[in-house]
Design a protein around this ligand. Structure first.
Ligand code: SAJ
Length: 405
């Protein structure tokens, strides 16, 4: 039996996937409301294919509880926030979960950490817990996830995976468990390498996006179309530049690379610069909007609205979103003008001046900054009526009233 600890964006789909592929699974989360919601038959976030997977897993007998279980394998999938000041990982949730596992785990149980952690976290923070608890019989494994929000269910099935273990035999055993549903290749390595590969994968993406963002700025100065430049450069068989945009959000790409910078501040200077470039984008968009306002003689910021609050298109997750970063920059440097904000994917109030319908949003607006290309608006500039559009993601077409990055 497998006890999945932490039923968030990664733990829940993982637990559901295993359960619907014949593994006996119990999901545990310390949040009683979340557990109650799941037990009432409702999922806790929107994701393509999640509801169907949930129904299958429930039919297969998955259970949800706040209690840790006695079982042979534990999968810890709890958040790993980072300290915004010193840029280091905060392993508090992982440590707390592992400690509780060690109190209930039977002899020779396997403790798998799925949460993203910086290289060396297991050595520094988890291994000592086994010694302190007199539980060195428990086998440690790190099995980082790779699924992309927006396509999680499909990627969970198809992506290759990494299993890091001290003992290759334990690695094989855990690989077999994941192979119950995973159709990709499963690489078995040591724990530190597994930790590093996860952070490296997200850092690669952050650096690539930073390159695209820098190109956008260069092309603006040099009066070139960055999208056309990247489109054509990518025709080269060995070039694959990602897309520039209003900034980089989510809980992974803008966060994980800091683990390298935080732990290796002298050495990881190139990564630091990439992160700074990405972090400069929300304010860059704001300056672009101000240029457009000046061009069209719009002086009242209340006539400018922000479409999109989530960190990317067609998800409901607002963590570290470029819009939130932009509003922060605006409050700090530009006096916090009261722009209206609307996102059809976000039903709860996250920021002041947030409205909950397109009609209410467009009422009185002359300009819209399209921060997220949700499918409701992608390729459909007409939904914004006559408004001038600031389009940092290049999703609004080439009309004269569309301002690119
Ligand atoms: N973005 C750009 N330009 C691009 C692509 C993305 O500006 O060309 C922006 C997005 O708009 C968003 C941010 O980057 O604000 C991050 O979005 P994303 O779609 O690149 O990635 P995430 O954070 O949703 O998921 C990433 C994935 N990592 C990689 O592709 C290497 C996913 O596979 C990981 O599982 C996930 O991080 C994670 O949990 O670590």
């Amino acid at each position: 039996m497998v006890n999945v600890i932490g039923l968030g964006y990664i733990g829940l789909p993982t637990a559901l996937m295993m359960a619907s592929h014949g593994v006996e699974v119990i999901g545990t989360d310390y949040n009683a409301d979340l557990v109650a919601t799941l037990n009432a038959g409702r999922t806790t976030f929107k994701e393509e294919g999640l509801e169907e997977l949930f129904a299958k897993a429930v039919e297969a007998g998955i259970r949800f509880t706040t209690e840790y279980q006695v079982c042979d394998t534990y999968i810890v999938s709890v958040p790993t926030p980072y300290d915004k000041v010193d840029k280091k990982i905060d392993p508090g949730y992982v440590v707390a979960a592992c400690k509780t596992v060690l109190q209930v785990a039977p002899e020779n149980a396997v403790l798998v950490v799925e949460s993203t952690i910086s290289p060396g976290t297991i050595d520094r923070f988890v291994r000592s817990l086994l010694v302190e608890a007199g539980r060195e019989d428990v086998a440690l494994v790190h099995a980082p996830e790779r699924i992309i929000p927006g396509n999680m269910v499909s990627e969970l099935l198809r992506n290759n995976r990494t299993i890091g273990a001290d003992d290759p035999k334990v690695g094989e055993r855990v690989a077999k468990l994941y192979a119950s549903f995973c159709q990709g290749e499963i690489a078995i390595t040591d724990i530190r390498t597994a930790e590093m590969t996860k952070v490296v994968e997200n850092t690669f993406r952050a650096v690539n996006i930073a390159f695209a963002n820098e190109l956008a700025k260069v092309c603006r100065v040099g009066d070139m179309d960055v999208h056309e430049v990247i489109r054509i450069a990518n025709k080269h068989p060995r070039v694959n530049i990602l897309q520039p945009g209003p900034g980089v959000g989510g809980h992974c790409i803008p966060v994980d690379p800091w683990f390298l910078v935080g732990d290796y501040p002298e050495t990881a200077s190139f990564v630091r610069l990439a992160l700074q470039t990405n972090a400069s984008m929300p304010e860059y968009v704001l300056h672009r909007a101000h240029e457009a306002m000046a061009e069209y003689g719009i002086t009242d910021p209340a006539k400018v609205g922000i479409y999109g609050l989530t960190y990317k298109e067609d998800v409901d997750d607002v963590r570290e979103s470029p819009t939130l970063q932009m509003l922060e920059a605006q409050a700090e440097h530009l006096g916090g003008a009261a722009m209206k904000v609307y996102d059809p994917w976000v039903e709860v109030d996250v920021v002041p001046n947030q409205v909950h319908s397109m009609d209410e949003f467009l009422d009185g607006l002359e300009m819209v900054i399209v921060m997220v290309g949700h499918s409701q608006v992608k390729g459909k500039p007409e939904v914004f009526g006559d408004c001038i559009l600031i389009d940092p993601r290049n999703v609004m077409g080439d009309d004269a009233n569309v301002w690119k990055l």
